[in-house]
Design a protein around this ligand. Structure first.
Ligand SMILES: Nc1nc2c(ncn2[C@@H]2O[C@H](COP(=O)(O)OP(=O)(O)OP(=O)(O)O)[C@@H](O)[C@H]2O)c(=O)[nH]1
Ligand SMILES: [Mg+2]
Length: 431
């Protein structure tokens, strides 16, 4: 672990926070950057096991921890995210309404297991376990997630949502099935968030050596293309028989001891790059607007404001058709961001960037009797917030309406300096 490296990224982010704190325009970015500082200072790393249902994720978590603590089975089992941290054995259920309840290990299944807590009707947000496994020493949080792609949509949603909180992931494949589109989609999504990937190929006990070789080279080819790297690290394992698990565990522990900071930094860097890009957009937009004549700006503002109205109306209609489908809503949200960016570019002649991870519909909304969630309200709030990011930046222009030309010129100068610093920072973060 190199402290100098970790200090430098931490320092960079802290310096940027200071820079952001001087400007009203970047207060959203400031809050996001401060979260990163918190994470880097606490040296916490989250490793999640993700993948399609029934690949053997929970069995692998048990094998790695050396303790059969999680329920496993032939039918979809894991219905809620389960985190494991170092400590004396203990378990607590966190409910969506904020209540936390300590439970015994023998009661765990009734909260985690899909068969007992169907479609998570108990409203569990996550189960937190503590276990004195060496693997967890040093601040590692190990996470078992529900499988994606089963008929239990809510399990997929919970898994998709948790990936965003992961620094590294073990992506679980299994020799009894070729990689399918559900896995590819999930991986594409995970790629945006996690900095480190371990690919575990499970159930090697069920095929012979030559079939395994074929399967591994097939995975290697496909995954290299998907991940955009020449070589991916594959770990053939049998979670059930504890074969190959040690190698995977060693690789993770080694990385955690030697490059844990690098992993966290890499992921902080990815997030910070996004934050800087978003700050640059606000500032360049503001600077461009500031350089317009009053008449020009008023006309453009009116047009933009009308466009917000259309976007919101369209979004409300869309949500009527898909009130409980987070993925459709997220897709529409991306569409809205693209439309807004295109409009800004048309009216102001600049590019406008939105952060990737701003909104999360997967956990929002109230569950109905049948387990479905009405996400219309949280979707509308998210659309509002995306529009108001832009609108607030433009509204700030009105506050400085009365300033004389000299003051405006100084302000533009100051913003130019800030833009230069941020552009520099952006390229530093891209290294
Ligand atoms: N043959 C073989 N079976 C395995 C192995 N690992 C897990 N299984 C079996 O695969 C089934 C699914 O295992 P789980 O660990 O529950 O799978 P999961 O990915 O956590 O499933 P969900 O939580 O429903 O997504 C169980 O019947 C396990 O016994 C393995 O290495 N070899
Ligand atoms: Mg499971």
């Amino acid at each position: 672990m190199s402290d100098s490296v970790s200090n430098s990224i931490l320092d960079t982010i802290k310096d940027t926070c200071q820079l952001f704190s001087k400007y009203e325009l970047t207060k959203g970015e400031l809050a996001r950057a401060q979260e990163l500082v918190d994470k880097l200072e606490n040296h916490k790393i989250t490793v999640s096991v993700i993948g399609q249902f029934k690949r053997g994720k929970s069995t692998l978590v048990n094998a790695i921890l050396g303790d059969k603590i999680l329920p496993v089975g032939i039918v979809p089992v894991t219905a809620v995210v389960t985190t494991v941290e170092y400590g004396e054995k203990a378990a607590a259920v966190h409910f969506e309404n904020g209540i936390i309840k300590e439970i015994g290990f023998d009661q765990m299944s009734s909260y985690i297991n899909e068969q007992e807590n169907q479609d998570n009707r108990l409203g569990v947000s996550e189960v937190r376990l503590y276990c004195p496994s060496d693997f967890l020493k040093g601040g590692l949080t190990f996470v078992d997630t529900p499988g994606v792609g089963s008929v239990h949509q809510k399990n997929s949603d919970a898994a998709y949502s948790y990936v965003k909180e992961s620094d590294a992931v073990i992506f679980m494949l299994s020799v009894d099935s070729p990689i399918n589109q559900i896995e590819i989609d999930f991986l594409e999504n995970a790629k945006e968030y996690a900095a480190k990937f371990y690919f575990a190929v499970n159930k090697i006990d069920s095929i012979d050596k030559s079939d395994l070789d074929d399967y591994l080279s097939y995975c290697r080819n496909l995954l290299s293309k998907l991940m955009g790297v020449d070589d991916v690290m594959l770990f053939p394992v049998s979670a059930k028989n504890n074969t190959g698990v040690e190698e995977l565990k060693e690789a993770i522990v080694r990385d955690c001891q030697t490059t844990v900071q690098e992993i966290i930094e890499e992921s902080a860097k990815l997030k910070m790059r996004d934050i800087v890009a978003s700050a640059l957009s606000q500032i360049v937009l503001y600077r461009t607007a500031l350089g317009m004549t009053h008449a020009e700006f008023d006309k453009t503002f009116e047009e933009m404001d009308g466009f917000f109205g259309e976007i919101k109306k369209e979004a409300a209609e869309f949500a009527e058709n898909f009130p409980s489908n987070p993925r459709m809503l997220e897709a529409h949200m991306n569409d809205i961001k693209n439309q807004l960016s295109a409009k800004v570019s048309e009216l102001f002649g600049i590019e406008y960037h939105y952060t990737i991870s701003d909104v999360d519909f997967f956990r929002g909304g109230k569950a109905a009797e049948d387990g479905s969630r009405d996400l219309r309200e949280s979707f509308a709030a998210a659309v509002d917030s995306v529009c108001s990011d832009l609108k607030d930046t433009l509204m700030a222009i009105f506050m400085h309406r009365e300033e004389n030309t000299y003051k405006v010129a100084r302000r533009i100068n100051d913003l130019n300096r800030l833009v230069r610093k941020l552009v520099q920072l952006r390229s530093q973060l891209a290294e």
